[in-house]
Design a protein around this ligand. Structure first.
Ligand SMILES: *[C@@H]1O[C@H](CO)[C@@H](O)[C@H](O)[C@H]1NC(C)=O
Length: 316
């Protein structure tokens, strides 16, 4: 008589079938997780890592449906065609330490001058914060900030694009889980006008701003009064007269601006730009006051000043 410990023929067969099925499942599972490919290229590998990051992002459920072109430690270019906001291509830099779940990193939004307008976002790397993170990847700026540098076409002005830039800023903040209390705004020339306009349209988004050789509508000063501002302008600027920033600074002081700093630079450098030959000022004397706001020791002070400000988000 067969003892109770022995398996029946039918039991043995069914155990055998289960074992084989589990084996097959284990073999198939690994490649399936890698998008069904047995051998994945480094590019695909990166894509998978980004998808994994997106899944681990606690902020929003629809995150998994979003593209995340940003890569920690790199400045990536997103063309207008690929962009989430129709009008704007952009560069996005994320510090090496960035992950979607680490302590949120501050975001610096930079609006370029007319010369960098176009359809190749990598042209925006020529100057300002995107140049700094590109050229000094180990530097303090590259380690402290995520940098969003949108690019407009030559046929538009930054001060007409406030909503587009704001939408892109919100998109990047959310997608990369950046620090909403430390979003900073800066821009040069046409981008300086853009910073004044965007700051006035959405003062609640930014913790501080640095508008350079631009200007704006003094009537918006009341809206700007709670936004700390450090303006720069060359006294000898032949492209945008210094009075343009003077007016904004005056208006903000009158409106009771919470913090209004102004570097009115007596002998600001120019910048060679053949595009300005027609206007008779190919070297744009006095226009490049941003050199004293973004680079070297003076720049260091500006970045530190920005980081010293944090927006208080009221919990209504
Ligand atoms: C900004 O985003 C809002 C909400 O998604 C949308 O309704 C609006 O059309 C966008 N504005 C621009 C100018 O892109």
């Amino acid at each position: 008589m067969p003892c109770c410990h022995e398996l029946s023929w039918a039991q043995r067969v069914s155990f055998g079938i289960v074992t084989v099925l589990v084996g097959i499942a284990l073999l198939v599972r690994q490649p399936l997780r890698n998008n069904g490919a047995f051998f994945i290229s480094p590019g695909e590998d990166r894509k998978i890592q980004q998808e994994t990051l997106a899944y681990s992002n606690p902020l929003s459920a629809d995150q998994t449906l979003r593209r995340m072109p940003g890569v920690a430690g790199k400045q990536v270019a997103v063309t207008r065609k690929e962009s989430e906001v129709e009008e704007l291509g952009y560069l996005l830099y994320l510090p090496t330490s960035w992950t979607s779940t680490s302590t949120p990193i501050p975001l610096l939004v930079f609006l370029h001058g007319q010369g960098e307008s176009g359809s190749d976002p990598s042209e925006v790397k020529l100057q300002g914060p995107p140049a700094v993170v590109e050229n000094e990847p180990e530097g303090r700026v590259a380690q402290s900030f995520a940098v969003l540098s949108p690019q407009k076409t030559p046929y538009t002005n930054w001060h007409d694009l406030s909503e587009e830039v704001h939408n892109l800023t919100k998109h990047v903040l959310q997608t990369y889980s950046l620090d909403r209390q430390r979003v900073y705004l800066t821009g040069v020339s046409n981008g300086g006008f853009g910073a004044w306009a965007l700051g006035a349209a959405h003062p609640e988004t930014f913790a501080a701003m640095v508008p350079i050789c631009g200007g704006g509508d003094p009537d918006t000063a009341a809206r700007l009064k709670d936004l700390p501002v450090w303006a720069f302008h060359g006294e000898n600027d032949v492209v945008i007269p210094v009075e343009s920033s003077d007016k904004m600074v005056e208006a903000m002081k009158k409106a009771g601006g919470v913090e209004v700093k102004y570097s009115r630079i007596p002998d600001a450098p120019g910048r060679d730009d053949p595009a300005w030959s027609e206007a008779g000022i190919p070297t744009m004397p006095g226009h490049a006051s941003w050199v004293l706001a973004y680079y070297g020791d003076p720049g260091e002070q500006v970045y530190q000043w920005l980081l010293s400000h944090k927006r208080i988000i009221s919990k209504k």
